[in-house]
Design a protein around this ligand. Structure first.
Ligand code: ADP
Ligand code: MG
Length: 702
């Protein structure tokens, strides 16, 4: 275990970060790299060569024999292919080599990664390109180099490339408007993200015995335990010693990788927990979240646990999300979402706030889509955190500020619009404001927005790509209106612009309880979209509005948008297909053998009883046997329907129609089958089942 006092030393010890680079790189090389990292400028090959040499030496000193380009293909996972540093000399010996070229570019065979038709198999070549803005690190004896992944034709095949593009776009537009507003020293604006990660821990042995968890990440059958989360005794509850040891180990592993793990606590559901890091630049935060998920699984395994990252591992109790805390900060140190002491006078804040409101309202469908996955469909639109309808919570204080803007009482007279205001670092007004809203999908939380819809297992890249781009679009429209104006003319136009934008988009503001049916009705009246499932939402991804947004800011080409559409739908259908097949197998084999064994014993028991005690009632045994028999008949029928529909689904060619069918038919069949499977399971004693029950999995951890 790491000594507490050694933490500052150990923190980031496996990262080729700024500190190491400053120590090890020649001054001019360090300067060039640093400039690339802060301002996104291009890096020359001679610089890369120098970095490669230093990186290799550092990596070898720290036990690495290999290096790998590390990237995030559209599978949603990370990918790696390791090469050793060795280079044979003629005499049978080797030297350790690593060049700038190897650092900068890799050529993995791209043909086995999802491309949505972007890359014909005869053009299997794909490229990975070093992303110097995310630091390299050492893991399992390899030097990991974060990279972007693209096709031979230059199309993005990953999540990092569009994320970097969206950060650029937002920076460009935010700088433009800040300059118009008189902040001429602002030359770059950075997106910051802190993503809170929820997860479940269960016993590793339990995990291994359930095919559904192994193959799909969630339980497909399982009667509820007699206790759920109704006692509300887990949230922030005392952490059990073994779990605490896991969390401690997790923190240490993350810290060594330079991941600023900060907060840990028990979540609402039994066996559910959360880890929140300190926020970082978006790109690094996304990489770090991917790593966090991986490290969580690894450390869990070491502690005899399985870490479940699925959005809905257990029916009937809360699922897991990944709250995406998002803000933007200028290179002069202004957090543009920090209201300061006088939000009504803080022009950059108000402009940003209203731009975010407009962006979230206008591009609600795209934002909803950014978090769409088969797993997340079980959270959104279901009976729990957050609904599929996107609304924004701003809190009472800001609601008042916005009201005054709308009514034209803001800014307290023209001369008072001091464009320089808001730069002072002031206490956050809503920090002491106790009213918090846990039911809002998009909540203002003091100096940032918290987007609560992302699922626990997916990369947060998508959510931030859409958010950044949508806000960039609104800011660019605002700039177009304000450009060239100064003094009173600027002030008047700005006042009017903020007001009209707010009026146009205030329907998205909602401070009440987002989980109620009344809100869903009210939202429909307001015309807010309610896209319940991924297949329902997907057509919005390729709508004219969507294509225009992403192409005009050079985030995606139209081909890239369409390829992502294909990939998402295909992925969805494949996921449900695996679930459907796994469920059939579990019911047919695991559950049925339990039913048979128990029925046999019951039958024997009844016969024996009759023999021993002629006229014996055997009422209880008889009743259970009868119910089991009736339930089995239903199971048999539902199983047949599921089998037939799954078979039909597999043969549908059109990706959209196929996904629709999986959602409307196959998933519905699974729900039907589950009702009876769970009824049967509830009648059978645990020892007849070859897999652990909900009660066992959720409440057995020490
Ligand atoms: P809360 O109590 O609202 O969850 P916290 O202060 O605990 O607030 O922060 C939650 C997450 O938000 C953390 O990951 C934190 O680092 C992150 N966060 C804080 N400030 C910002 C910011 N300016 N930009 C992005 N994320 C932020
Ligand atoms: Mg939070």
């Amino acid at each position: 275990m790491m000594e507490a006092k050694r933490l500052p030393e150990e923190y980031g010890s496996l990262v080729f970060g700024d500190k190491v680079m400053r120590e090890r790189l020649p001054k001019d090389v360090y300067k060039a790299v640093h400039k690339t990292i802060v301002s996104g400028t291009h890096l020359e090959l001679d610089v890369a060569n120098a970095v490669a040499v230093a990186m290799k030496e550092w990596a070898i000193e720290n036990g690495a024999t290999h290096y790998t380009h590390w990237f995030q293909p559209m599978t949603g996972l990370t990918a790696e292919k390791h090469d050793s540093f060795i280079s044979p000399e003629g005499d049978g010996s080797v030297i350790m080599e690593f060049s700038g070229k190897e650092l900068v570019k890799g050529e993995p065979d791209a043909s086995s990664f999802p491309s949505g038709g972007l890359r014909a198999t005869f053009e299997a070549r794909g490229y990975t390109a070093w992303d110097p803005s995310s630091p390299a690190f050492i893991k399992d004896g390899s030097l990991y180099i974060p990279t972007a992944f693209c096709s031979y034709g230059g199309e993005a095949l990953d999540k990092k490339t569009p994320l970097l593009r969206s950060m650029e776009a937002l920076s460009k537009e935010a700088v433009k408007i800040m300059n118009i507003l008189g902040y001429e020293d602002v030359s770059r604006v950075n997106t910051t993200i802190g993503s809170e990660q929820e997860y479940f821990l269960i016993d590793k042995e339990d995990y291994k015995q359930r095919k559904d968890l192994l193959f799909t990440g969630r339980t497909l059958i399982g009667a509820p335990a007699t206790k759920g989360q109704e006692m509300e005794d887990h949230y922030f509850g005392v952490i059990k010693p073994k779990v605490s040891a896991f969390m401690h180990d997790l923190d240490e592993e993350l810290w060594k990788l330079g991941i600023p793990a900060k907060t840990k606590h028990n979540e609402v559901a039994p066996s559910q927990h959360e880890m929140a890091p300190v926020f970082e630049t978006a790109n690094v935060a996304v990489d770090h979240n991917q790593l966090t998920m991986e490290v969580m699984k690894k450390v869990a395994d070491k502690h005899g646990y399985a870490c479940l990252l699925h959005e809905k591992p257990f029916d009937g109790i809360n699922g897991s999300g990944k709250h995406n805390n998002w803000s933007i900060c200028t290179d002069t140190g202004i957090n543009l979402l920090d209201p300061g002491k006088h939000p009504d006078d803080n022009v950059p804040f108000l402009v940003t706030l209203i731009a975010v409101i407009a962006a979230v309202d206008e591009y609600a469908e795209q934002l909803r889509l950014s978090v769409a996955s088969a797993g997340n469909d079980h959270r959104l639109g279901a009976n729990e955190a957050p609904p599929a309808v996107i609304s924004i919570f701003v809190g009472d204080e800001l609601a008042k500020v916005l009201e005054s803007i709308e009514q034209g009482t803001a800014f307290k007279g023209g001369a008072k619009v001091k464009m320089e205001m808001g730069a002072e670092v002031l206490p956050h007004i809503t920090k002491d404001n106790t009213d918090r809203n846990r039911t809002s999908p998009f909540a203002f939380t003091g100096n940032k927005f918290e987007f609560r819809m992302p699922g626990s297992s997916v990369s947060v890249a998508n959510a931030n790509i859409v958010l950044n781009t949508a806000v960039a679009e609104i800011l660019s429209r605002m700039s177009a209106e304000l450009d060239g104006l100064t003094g009173d003319a600027l002030h008047d136009k700005l006042t009017e612009l903020l007001k009209t934008t707010l009026v146009d988009h205030k329907r998205v503001l909602f401070n009440g309880n987002g989980y109620t049916d009344e809100w869903i009705e009210e939202a429909a009246k307001r015309g807010l979209p309610n896209l319940k499932s991924l297949p329902d939402a997907m057509p919005e991804w390729i709508s004219d509005k969507s294509i225009k947004l992403f192409t005009s800011h050079q985030i995606f080409t139209e081909e890239e948008i369409r390829s992502r559409y294909e990939i998402l739908l295909e992925n969805y259908s494949k996921s449900i297909n695996i679930e459907a097949l796994t469920m059939q197998e579990m019911v047919r084999k695991d559950l049925t053998s339990g039913i048979i064994a128990y029925e046999q014993d019951l039958t024997n028991e009844i016969l024996q009883k009759e023999k021993a005690l002629p006229g014996a009632k055997a009422a209880l045994e008889g009743q259970i046997l009868k119910t089991l028999d009736d339930t089995s008949a239903e199971i048999a029928e539902k199983l047949e329907t599921l089998k037939k529909d799954t078979f039909e689904a597999e043969s549908i060619k059109d990706v959209q129609k196929q996904a629709d069918f999986y959602e409307k038919k196959v998933l519905a069949d699974m729900d039907e089958l589950r009702i009876y499977a769970d009824q049967a399971e509830a009648l059978i004693p645990d020892e007849y089942l070859s897999y652990p029950t909900y009660g066992q999995m959720l409440f057995s951890l020490r």
